[in-house]
Design a protein around this ligand. Structure first.
Ligand SMILES: [Zn+2]
Length: 561
């Protein structure tokens, strides 16, 4: 049955119905809960996806994915719905998906910031960065330009107004495009350009850009390297001050089985990893190598380059961002955190090598013409609209046109949505399958003398990553080791060993070199053995539990014979 289609952007009420429908239709695999409320009291839904018959999610290594913390970034929600759909539709059919849900769990938050998305999805949309909470709280009534759908057509484009000292002119070869006026050029017809919107308090001469009334950026509100407002705008009054971010922090920090996670955003068509604020040299080498291997698989499966924010994705070469989800996940929890920026309109238009942020600072008119041709062709002309006169309520006569910022640049237009978001599910399932996984190799009770047994348990990590997941987790002492625990019946007694034995951390296969010639030894450091000697009565049952916060919990029982 079809619960969801990937051809439109649902508002909150429809999204809520879709999510509950999944839980209702697939009760063995999907459960839904509310992990907090947004500023406007909408539910922040979280779905847990795992085969509940092979154990609860909390006892399995888990992968986190969230979406749409930024208000206008709508495609991310659909990427999560696609993963959800892929998992439930593939369970019992696709062996990898089946194994994944039998042995791992997913925690999915399809819309972290439902208030902001609701504004972007309104009939007459409005753009805020993140939360709809006014911030700073004493922000004055805006004076100057404020973005919004001023002509009421449901799209957010650009406004241009004639100005003899404007920086733009009509492109001589393509009258729909604007190009920069030459440095020494005078005497032509020039324009100023603003995003579609109102200009409050316009005096007929000056137009300032009003500071945003809703000035928060929820992806600067996470605790790692969080900075005050005067250093980084939008970070909020203190780390985790915003209810949406607090809900995420609370859930992730209280679920130590989460070993890795992705925050979905738009746009750029790129897989981003930490650090945001410092060079790759600051990584423990193994963590950098592992990030690179995980990212390379992401590139192979999605076509998106995988890069460091610090080295290749900075808004300004002299500035860094801090307080983002992925940096918090890596720095404070020692897990692999990612930011995936969905959609790259330039790449769609045949500009494959565009350099993300730098492109907006400097690119050729040829690129603009390619993009315009792409709009005319692939978007049936809906991406870029020619300029049409509009009688602006504040400015008088202007023209509205240019790119549709929500559904051409910011997000895929609905007819290209499925093709874009369906590329991620395979990588996320693969990523979940590389997580550490605790299993029993052996559990035996051997009679040593009448009434005395030696209990032996051997546990192993069958995952690719070590139980620590990262070297960072070792350095910050984030995770205890494997714990093996004996549950003895009444009357039985331990002769040697402790009821609870610490078996340490177990390695995976992630750090193996690419050839066995240089360091060929493969010690059994993925295994641990615990022996106990007990006194008991034949026929009694001994319970054994082995657990690791990240690698999961396994249980077995032995009958004394
Ligand atoms: Zn974003």
């Amino acid at each position: 049955m079809t619960i969801v289609t990937f051809d439109h952007y649902p508002r909150f009420a429809e999204l809520t119905d879709i999510l509950h429908e999944f839980a209702k239709e697939f009760p063995k695999l999907v459960s839904i809960e509310c992990i907090g409320h947004s500023h406007e009291r909408r539910e922040i839904w979280l779905l847990t996806v795992t085969n509940s018959e092979t154990g609860p999610a909390g006892e399995k290594p888990a992968f986190w994915a969230d979406a749409s913390i930024h208000a206008t970034e709508l495609a991310p929600t659909i990427a999560i719905l696609h993963l959800l759909h892929t998992l439930v539709a593939g369970y019992g059919i696709d062996p990898e998906i089946t194994r994944c849900l039998d042995t791992r769990a997913f925690y999915l938050v399809p819309r972290v910031n439902p208030d902001g998305a609701e504004l972007a999805l309104a009939d007459s949309p409005r753009i805020v960065r993140s939360s709809t909470r006014a911030y700073p709280p004493d922000a004055e009534t805006p004076h100057g330009h404020v973005g919004g759908d001023v002509d009421g057509d449901g799209h957010l484009r650009l406004m241009r107004m004639r100005d003899p000292n404007g920086p733009w002119k009509v492109c001589p070869e393509e009258s729909r495009l604007l190009v920069r006026r030459d440095p020494v050029e005078v005497g032509g017809e020039y324009y100023r350009v603003f995003p579609e919107g109102r200009v409050h308090g316009y005096d007929g001469v000056t137009i300032g850009l009003a500071p945003p009334r809703e000035g928060l950026d929820l992806n600067r509100n996470f605790p790692a390297q969080w900075r005050l407002e005067h250093e980084q705008k939008g970070a909020g009054p203190y780390p985790g001050s915003e209810p949406e971010v607090a809900a995420l922090i609370r859930f992730v920090a209280s679920h130590p089985n989460i070993c890795a996670g992705v925050a979905f955003h738009t746009q750029s068509g790129v897989i981003l990893r930490p650090f945001s604020h410092q060079s790759d040299e600051a990584f423990p080498a193994e963590d950098l190598w592992t990030y690179q291997k995980l990212g390379a698989k992401g590139t192979e499966l999605t076509g998106y380059p995988a890069i460091s924010v610090y080295h290749e994705f900075r808004y300004h070469p002299k500035e860094v961002i801090t307080g983002a989800f992925d940096d918090w996940a890596y720095n404070h929890l020692g897990i692999f955190g990612w930011t995936v920026e969905i959609w790259n309109p330039q790449r769609q238009a045949g500009i494959p090598e565009m350099k993300y942020i730098e492109w907006y600072r400097e690119h050729s008119i040829e690129d603009d013409r390619k993009m315009l041709a792409w709009s005319d062709d692939a978007l049936q002309g809906k991406g870029y609209q020619d300029w049409v006169p509009f009688d602006h309520p504040d400015l008088g006569p202007v023209e509205i046109g240019g790119w549709d910022s929500l559904y051409a640049f910011g997000n895929p237009p609905p007819h290209l949505l499925e093709a874009e978001i369906s590329r991620f599910s395979g990588w996320l399932i693969w990523h979940a399958l590389v997580l550490p996984r605790l299993e029993f190799l052996e559990a035996t009770a051997v009679a040593e003398a009448p009434g005395t047994w030696r209990i032996r348990v051997v546990v192993q990590n069958t995952g690719w990553l070590p139980t620590l997941v990262t070297k960072r987790a070792r350095d910050i002492k984030a995770v205890r080791g494997v714990r093996c625990e004996l549950d003895l019946p009444e009357g039985a007694r331990l002769v040697s060993g402790k009821r609870q034995e610490d078996a340490g951390q177990l390695e995976g296969r992630a750090y193996k070199s690419s050839a066995p010639t240089r360091r060929p030894a493969d010690p059994t450091d993925d295994r641990a053995k615990v022996d106990w000697v007990i006194v008991g009565t034949a026929g009694e049952t001994i319970g054994i539990t082995a657990s690791h916060p990240r690698a999961g919990t396994v249980r077995t029982s032995l009958i004394l014979a």
